[in-house]
Design a binder for this molecule. Structure first.
Ligand code: BDR
Ligand code: CA
Length: 309
């Protein structure tokens, strides 16, 4: 299956890219970057470093939006560190970013391939996707599906009491995407908070006998120290990799089709994902919203795939 990963690396974003590269079922056509965890120049550099780590300089990286559509940018350096990539020192990128804008790469790729065949895997704020939809209306009919890490229902917020980070950073873009009619598959905090990066799980990843295992373990150890302390758990949640892992093994997850709307007006609950889990309204069901996950199955799959890199 052909995918584009739209991302703001971020250690858990990098692991998502690596899992896609480790999986023969997936053809990664390109990586597009966006401002989110850190500024876009830095997320772009981090994406290039991730591909260098496994010698995949054949995968193009396109830089995208420098800021959200309407609101000022928000970063998460308190979680990911100043560079977004703290935990391991990697060499500077071996090549420059591809020329052209991320939004144009997304449009060109979707329009050049047969309708319904491209999956967008979005693991950062949705600015690039909203811009692409604004620039090329035909994308709505042509994108196969958007598989995204975003939102929260019972776990509610991680960047504010009401909002999940990827939605909060660009709620207006998120609203455009949720209102687009494109098939959406959503991995919210409800799922990611069932996947603690426990000491034992990170040791298992670290013991993978290749270059990648120890790097991924060190990345997650750094990224998860903040959330583990905040939640008082053995390790923190595992967010972005769920998107690619579901493409590989959907039976690890359970959810249902629901209506999801994004709050863009309230100062108090800006960026909240309002999920009609119980079918209280008759609003159109616009997303497959995941709530359950086989946690041990997820970590088995992570280790299995990283082992081939
Ligand atoms: C999301 O926010 C980012 O910090 C993570 O990379 C993930 O995409 C979790 O809310
Ligand atoms: Ca991310």
């Amino acid at each position: 299956m052909k995918i584009i990963i739209d991302t703001d690396p971020g250690q858990d974003d990098a692991l998502t890219i690596l899992l896609a590269l480790a999986s023969p079922e997936i053809e990664l056509l390109g990586v597009t970057t966006v401002a989110g965890n850190v500024r876009v120049a830095q997320t772009t550099e981090n994406a290039l470093k991730t591909l260098d780590l496994v010698g995949r300089t054949d995968i193009p990286v396109y830089a995208g939006a420098e800021r959200p559509l309407i609101r000022p940018g928000v970063t998460a350096t308190h979680v990911h560190g100043k560079t977004g990539f703290e935990g391991v020192d990697l060499p500077p990128p071996s090549r420059p970013v591809s020329s052209g804008h991320a939004v144009d790469f997304i449009i060109r790729t979707v329009m050049e391939n047969p309708p319904g065949t491209i999956t967008l895997c979005t693991i950062g704020p949705l600015t690039n996707i909203a811009l692409a939809l604004a620039k090329e209306a035909a994308l709505r009919e042509r994108i196969g599906q958007i598989v995204m890490m975003s939102c929260a229902f019972s776990e509610v917020g991680n960047i504010t009491p009401a909002a999940e980070f990827n939605i909060y950073v660009d709620p207006h873009a998120a609203r455009m995407v949720f209102d687009s009619g494109i098939r959406l598959v959503v991995f919210p905090l409800d799922v990611t908070h069932q996947l603690h990066t426990s000491k034992a799980r990170l040791e298992r990843i670290e013991a993978i006998p290749n270059r990648v295992g120890p790097v991924v373990a060190a990345w997650l150890r750094f990224e998860k120290r903040f959330e583990a302390t905040k939640y008082g758990t053995d390790g923190g949640p595992l967010h972005d990799p769920n998107t690619v892992l579901w493409l590989l093994k959907p039976e690890l997850y359970r959810g249902r089709q629901v209506n999801v709307e994004i709050e863009t007006d309230s100062a108090l609950t800006l960026g909240m994902s309002v999920v009609d889990w119980w079918g209280i309204t008759e609003k159109k069901k616009n997303a497959l919203f995941m709530r359950e996950v086989d946690a041990d199955g997820v970590y088995d799959l992570v280790v299995e795939r990283l082992s081939v890199l």
